[in-house]
Design a protein around this ligand. Structure first.
Ligand SMILES: Cc1ncc(COP(=O)(O)O)c(C=O)c1O
Length: 450
């Protein structure tokens, strides 16, 4: 009989609770601060931006939060997502390692982002909000929120980072098909956008700028709220359905991961996969090494400073204690648009400071080479972001080949590249460059920390 390569759960086995890692940590993460008073922000400070249900999840001390039935019902369109054993990739690498990947590209928009877009739209609709504003980098988050808003009858307005808007016209069309309105960012529609354009008319934009524009618009409209696709505790909470499913699938496989790798932009797909495994590790039931992988052009965890900084460029958000490259840092327009964010989730940053995980950075050429190898062996073309995780996975598997270790590697394959193929075109044409962030540029942007 052929050996199994695919581990699928029945719908009835889909987890019905999200997992909150905070109560299990040796100490809680530092709170967000009000930019004016420098005191911890309270629910009232966040109310113009988020519905109460999400604010309560953001500060929750509960270990588990029930997933509402209408959200489970939408999740069932594509969840549980498959876990695969990458046997063909293992063979091509000649490694004794066993490689598994949890594939989130089966969602309606092709990534993990709907796992949080759906509950965010649900809670907003439940509290009478009629319009959501947001930013998008890769276009995956904007597509996910557009889909979720269509599902729960909300208007959706998206500021798409200029570099991505130009590189990915089909993402814009996908968002419009779901009924959203899409603007390139920086735009002339907001004071934050106009300020950037006045100084840099050719700005390629950044997630920080697009967040400022979306926040500014939400704050000015009583019926609107803002939705964030990564970074915050409630977003990572919603993504833990990935790791909870993967734990059950590893039981089916009769295996246990030794190394877990995932790409990090703001930290949501990584945290979503890793946190349930971290719970098991903290409880002494397994001991995987947990490793984040970020782009060399935007290395917030590995080279950023752990400090209070704004989540956006204009300084409209609360101050978050996180690994940051500085809120006005504009990363080079690498193809992994979803990884071009100046900060890292405060929760991931805190866990990193506690020494419970590792981080590395990799240049984009090695990542696309890994993406091509993966596509040619496993048949799935990975989105530019998770090629970073795959590059790290291949490094680990090749290390096992040298040492003969039979390690079990788990990676988050958080999306496919069907609308990102021009990035592969650039790789094949040989015009992709590895932009490593210079020390001078880093020092300059860190000088602007509040
Ligand atoms: C496919 C994909 N992977 C990863 C990311 C990075 O975000 P996060 O670190 O929150 O998972 C994005 C963000 O847009 C994305 O679209």
């Amino acid at each position: 009989m052929a050996e199994r390569t695919k581990y699928i759960l029945d719908e009835a086995e889909m987890p019905t609770r999200w997992y909150n890692v905070i109560p299990d940590l040796p100490e809680p993460p530092p709170p967000p601060l009000h930019p004016g008073t420098r005191e911890p922000v309270g629910p009232d400070d966040l109310a113009p931006l988020f519905p109460l249900a999400l604010i309560m999840q953001e500060v929750s001390g509960e270990s588990y939060i029930d997933i509402p039935e209408p959200v489970l019902d939408v999740y069932r369109l594509w969840r549980p997502s498959p876990l695969y054993r990458a046997r063909r990739l293992e063979k091509a690498l000649g490694t004794p390692a066993r490689i598994y990947y949890k594939y989130e590209g089966v969602s309606p928009v092709g990534s993990h982002k709907p796992n949080t877009a759906v509950p965010q739209a649900f809670y907003n609709a439940q509290e009478g909000v009629t319009r959501l504003t947001t930013e998008t980098g890769a276009g995956q988050w904007g597509s996910a929120l557009a889909f979720a808003c269509a599902t729960f009858g909300l208007e959706c307005e998206v500021w798409q980072v200029r570099a991505s808007y130009d590189q990915k016209p089909y993402r814009k069309l996908m968002m419009e098909t779901f009924g959203a309105t899409v603007h390139p960012s920086p735009s002339e529609l907001t004071a934050s956008g106009r300020a950037i354009l006045a100084e840099h008319p050719d700005s390629t934009g950044s997630l920080g700028i697009a967040i400022s524009e979306a926040v500014e618009q939400a704050a000015a409209d009583e019926g609107a709220r803002y939705a964030l696709g990564s970074v915050l505790n409630h977003v990572l909470l919603h993504q833990t359905i990935i790791g909870e499913e993967a734990l059950k699938q590893f039981e089916l496989a009769g295996d246990t991961p030794d190394v877990l790798v995932g790409c990090t932009g703001g930290g949501s797909n990584f945290g979503g996969l890793a946190f349930p495994f971290l719970r098991e590790k903290l409880a002494g039931r397994m001991s995987p090494v947990i490793r984040a992988v970020e782009p060399a052009a935007c290395p917030s965890l590995t080279r950023g400073k752990y400090a209070y900084d704004f989540g956006d460029t204009a300084g409209l958000t609360p101050l978050l204690k996180m690994h940051t490259l500085g809120h006005d840092f504009i990363p080079d327009p690498i193809h992994a648009g979803g990884l071009r964010y100046h900060g890292m989730s405060p929760l991931i940053s805190h866990i990193y400071e506690l020494g419970l995980m590792e981080a590395i950075s990799i240049g984009q050429q090695e990542c696309f080479s890994a993406g091509v190898k993966f596509a040619r062996t496993e048949g799935i073309i990975p989105a530019p972001e998770p090629t970073h995780a795959l590059a790290a996975c291949i490094r680990e598997a090749l290390h096992c080949k040298e040492t003969g270790e039979e390690k079990v590697i788990l990676t988050a394959l958080c999306g496919h590249a069907h609308l990102d193929l021009p990035a592969y075109g650039s790789y094949f044409a040989g015009d992709m460059v590895d932009d490593e962030l210079s020390d001078d540029a880093l020092a300059e942007s860190l000088a602007g920390l509040p």
